[in-house]
Design a binder for this molecule. Sequence first.
Ligand code: BMP
Length: 252
Amino acid sequence: MTRLFRERISLAAAQKKSSVILALDTPPSAADPLKLAEETISAVHENICAIKINFHLMLPLSGSEVAHVNRLAHSHGLQSIADIKLNDIENTNDVAVDHLAGKMGFDAVIANPFIGQAALASLVGKARSRGAGVIALVYMSNPGASEGFGLALASRKKQKLYRIFLERASRADADGVVVGATRPAIIKEISRERPEIKIYSPGVGSQGGDLERAIRNGSSYLIVGRSIMEAKDPARNAREIKERILQVRRRK
Ligand code: BMP
């Protein structure tokens, strides 16, 4: 039986001894984003468990070029996550999943639970039927996230929106949730209450999130872009981040 995405990424992390997901965010100034993506994967694959592709590559590359990048990642034992934060009507989300998990070869997609319980559950079902997983946004890393994910709902006794999103993700059996590394208290709250839910945390480095606090508080995976992509020696930076995570986990 084919393994679920959450099992595949956990195996890749164990094999690579790394919980680092590389956000393959090529800068707009890159003369040849495809070449840069290939070179970076080849340089860092021993120190990461997955790549995450966002508009940085999704827009300048063709579908078959993205598929080529995903095949390269797979050839190195990495998983690949499509980060276009799906947030549309069910039919459109389904079409997106068909493209992303079909010919383009992604292993998972990121979605926004704002679409509602039924739509999120339907998306998980659709993705799973194509062999892919879904990671749900629960609390983003940007400062303004408190204006959305942190909203207190008067109709729900001031419950915060992210708590509802967490519940939706859990009921839909999503493969994990995104909580920014810039929100260590929320990482702690969720990981203590729901240790079975894997937390994916972007925001260390360039956005000011603290790697050690995120890992100590319960993040399972760290999503890292510019600290690796814009480093003089991406392989060295990726290795250092991987080793820092291992050190924190040993001390935990
Ligand atoms: P960086 O490490 O360069 O800040 O990149 C973080 C990556 O994670 C970017 O691709 C960004 O779009 C994504 N991301 C994020 O930063 N915060 C979130 O809450 C969710 C994300 O997907």
